[in-house]
Design a binder for this molecule. Structure first.
Ligand code: FAD
Length: 385
């Protein structure tokens, strides 16, 4: 059983890669541990940058996004001293996000991949990969099996198995911050993405769809999601968003609540033998700057180009430079995301540096408020990769 490209994981990275390769006539097989229903309903990202929209458009994958996605170019930092509104769509390179829920994008990508004749097996858990031979071993409801690819794409996310087959320790950081990620069946409460900076902890508001809004609350690392009742969630959001000074939140049933620990991990190299890592498997990034899905799409495009060049023209240059091309962009995104984490999170009450760090945070916001150059820099990094 031999195919040219075995792709592990049907998230944005694996599906964009599979779609581009299929459009170029490359024989592909996607192995996905979960069911189709599960991956098509897993709500995560929503903010796509210009580069992602370009890649999806150029490869005929943006139908749903162009129909239902909404342009978004404003963010607000709300503090005890007032609001700072940045019209980032008019700053920097003048680029905005498109808001399109990740589960809708994944649904579109699965459909187009199958339309392009791609093979996709759900309910198949890859157990290990041999980078030297391209052998991928898996388990499914029939038992154990294996398949060999000329290339193997490790697109199995931040907790997958493929990254373990690449030598070298990833560079990691635990940011020491946890969020309760909440989805509410309610329209957005504010026109813009809102980051509320509060001594009790960060709170965030992000549009998703007309009747769905994502909220984040900084919580203790060992908090159980079930301890956060709907009432407690809305009370904490209201307090940290300072609704008394602005306007009330538009509440609705909480449809999802899960704890997200803000962690980063970047593989030291993205290729070993026949195995190439892309997306969260290559670099896990905290959701603080909405970069993960965008990095996944960027890497998938580069990898698709590299593989096609080898298969159609025997040209190995793009593939040989894969790590060198992607890693600097990944690190730029990590750097910006880290900057955002430092900006958004109040030091804890027993932090000896509390006064210093709070003053630094104020200085950062002052700089963003007062310096057009800083605003342009922020906008370029916020939307771009
Ligand atoms: P994934 O989407 O994780 O897909 C990996 C797939 O591999 C999964 O389907 C999984 O089931 C499968 N898999 C895993 N192990 C195996 C195995 N052993 N065998 C077979 N299959 C396997 N990013 C943004 O750009 N913008 C945002 O606004 C944003 N918001 C976010 C909000 C939250 C709450 C979270 C958690 C993340 C957010 N992200 C955001 C990050 C984004 O969702 C991820 O970066 C993105 O999903 C990465 O895509 P991927 O294809 O690399 O991995």
């Amino acid at each position: 059983d031999q195919v040219r490209v075995v792709i592990v994981g049907a998230g944005p990275a694996g599906l964009v890669l599979g779609n581009i390769l299929r459009a170029r006539g490359v024989d592909t097989l996607v192995l996905e541990r979960n069911s189709r229903e599960y991956v098509q309903n897993r709500a995560r990202a929503g903010f796509l940058g210009v580069h992602s929209v370009r890649v999806l458009t150029e490869h005929g994958l943006a139908g749903g996004l162009l129909r239902a996605g909404r342009s978004h170019g404003t963010c607000v930092f709300r503090t005890g001293e007032g609001e700072l509104t940045l019209y980032y769509g008019q700053l920097g390179r003048g680029e905005s996000h498109v808001v399109y829920p990740q589960q809708d994008l994944v649904t579109d990508l699965v459909a187009s991949y199958l339309d392009r004749g791609g093979e996709l097996r759900f309910g198949v858990a890859v157990t290990d990969v041999d980078p030297a031979t391209g052998t991928v071993r898996y388990r499914d409801s029939f038992g154990a099996g294996e398949v060999t690819g000329r290339f193997v794409a490790g697109c199995d996310g931040g907790h997958g198995v493929t990254r373990q087959a690449v030598p070298g320790r990833p560079a990691t950081r635990d940011h020491g911050v946890s969020w309760l990620a909440v989805l509410a069946a309610a329209p957005q409460s504010m026109a813009a993405v809102t980051y509320a900076l509060h001594d009790r902890g960060f709170a965030g508001h992000m549009a998703r769809g007309p009747q769905v809004t994502r909220y984040y609350l900084q919580v203790q690392a060992d908090d159980e999601p079930s301890a956060w009742t709907e009432e407690r969630i809305w009370t904490a959001l209201g307090e940290r968003m300072r609704v008394g000074e602005y306007w009330p939140l538009r509440t609705g049933p909480v449809t999802e609540r899960r704890i997200v620990h803000l962690r980063s991990a970047v593989a030291s190299r993205l290729q070993h033998g026949r195995l190439f890592l892309a997306g969260d498997a290559a670099s896990l990034i905290s959701p603080s700057a909405a970069k993960g899905a965008n990095l996944a799409i960027m890497a998938a495009e580069v990898l698709a180009r590299g593989i096609t060049d080898v298969l159609t023209r025997d040209d190995e240059r793009v593939l040989a430079a894969y790590s060198r091309t992607c890693l600097p962009r990944i690190w730029r995104a990590q750097e910006f995301s880290h900057w955002m984490i430092e900006l958004l999170h109040a030091p804890a009450g027993d932090d000896p540096d509390i006064g210093f760090r709070r003053s630094l945070r104020r200085a950062r916001l002052d700089s963003l408020r007062d310096s057009r150059a800083h605003q342009d820099f922020f906008a370029e990094n916020y939307v771009g990769i």
